[in-house]
Design a protein around this ligand. Sequence first.
Ligand SMILES: Nc1nc2c(ncn2[C@@H]2O[C@H](COP(=O)(O)OP(=O)(O)OP(=O)(O)O)[C@@H](O)[C@H]2O)c(=O)[nH]1
Ligand SMILES: [Mg+2]
Length: 446
Amino acid sequence: MLDKLGDSLRGALRKVMMAKRIDEKTVDEVVRDIQRALIQADVKISLVKEISSKIRTRALKEKTSLNPRAQVIRIVYEELMNILGESADIPLKRQRIMLFGLHGSGKTLSCAKLARYFQKKGLKPAVICADVYRPAAREQLRQLCESINVPFYGGGGSNGDSGTQKALEIVREGMKRFEKYDVLIVDTAGRHALEEEMIEELRLLGEMVRPDSRLLVLDASIGQLAAAQAKAFDEAIGITGIIITKMDGTAKGGGALSAVAEVGAPIAFLGVGETVEDLEKFEPDRFISRLLGMGDIKSLIEKIEESLGAEAAEVATDWLRGKFTLKDLYEQLEALRKMGPLKQLFQMLPFGMFGGALGLKLDDETFQVTDEKLRRFKVIMDSMTEEELENPKIIDRSRVIRIAKGAGVRTEEVNELLRYYKMMQKAIKTMRGGRLPFKLPRGLRL
Ligand SMILES: Nc1nc2c(ncn2[C@@H]2O[C@H](COP(=O)(O)OP(=O)(O)OP(=O)(O)O)[C@@H](O)[C@H]2O)c(=O)[nH]1
Ligand SMILES: [Mg+2]
């Protein structure tokens, strides 16, 4: 998603990281890169000017105790956050949601995606199709719902009522049928433009559904025009949030995102593909972190949970949140070895950006914690004192010699364990700081 924008921004930040020093020339160059990236993503020129002058001023003036490279990256992060605005909160509880938007914006698919989203969170969704104008609409939604096992209602055969009357009838009946369901999602018909007829129908449907959320569905490829649409729909019907679809297929996503933020419309979800799974809850900090290639702990844990299971996620959480002693190393290596996903785990981490800078080479060898090696590590740790295990920093040369003697191994093997521990600790600290690089521990240079 937003691949191009992400690539360009990461390119700009890479320059920051590689720069010998952060002086005016470097800052100017980076600001120019960022400008170019944002303009290509269709962000409004005046907004681009504003944000780049802020970044420039702040990068040159603000002095903190941070490493200057990290400082610049933080400023870029914060300023990008500023143009995204808030996200709309869609709670995980019993509720009714109504979707509307122009023709082809992605309402129907988004209905199914939303149903899937709530279903995955353990709620029971049901979907009603109030689009009575296109015969294919009902069938499209029925099939999507069937594919995810979500109940669907779209009315019976034909009757003589006018469109709006029929839509209202369907919604009334659907609400009755799905009374016991947690989340009711209502799809509506689109038009080519915001016409009085559509507004009237949406008003009437709104009165009947009394939705907790009125979500406007916008196609990202309209770029900056999203602002005008959001405003018009808000004035006509009132919106509580926005779903921006087709973020996967356009270079103009940045324009759509920043434009709706500018008119104060909160974004709820992003559509990022054509399957029912391709929906993301919009969270600005996550979004920017990812765009800048930083990853963040929250999504990391979620990803681990999804692909490796809750147990691995728990171990990983301990690593990321708690302190990491030699004892932890042993226990957790063993736990992870049993599960076998150590390598997979590390592949998910935001090393792309930091790996090189850290001088960490995470090759296959790193992950091959063989039984034999683990056994030796255990023997070595057995001859350490409790204090040493809790606080490995105190292990100096003379302690290494003593430990080696006690364990009946060579001092190199003790050093190997310590090196391994330090490398893991470093990696884990990087992950902890991964969300924002300026949280990197002292001693680590970007
Ligand atoms: N790539 C991609 N395609 C999408 C996304 N959302 C919707 N689409 C596609 O866009 C087209 C229109 O989507 P619909 O859900 O039918 O749009 P709609 O707003 O219900 O359209 P009408 O009911 O005709 O007004 C379909 O081909 C969808 O598969 C998305 O996030 N990414
Ligand atoms: Mg539709």
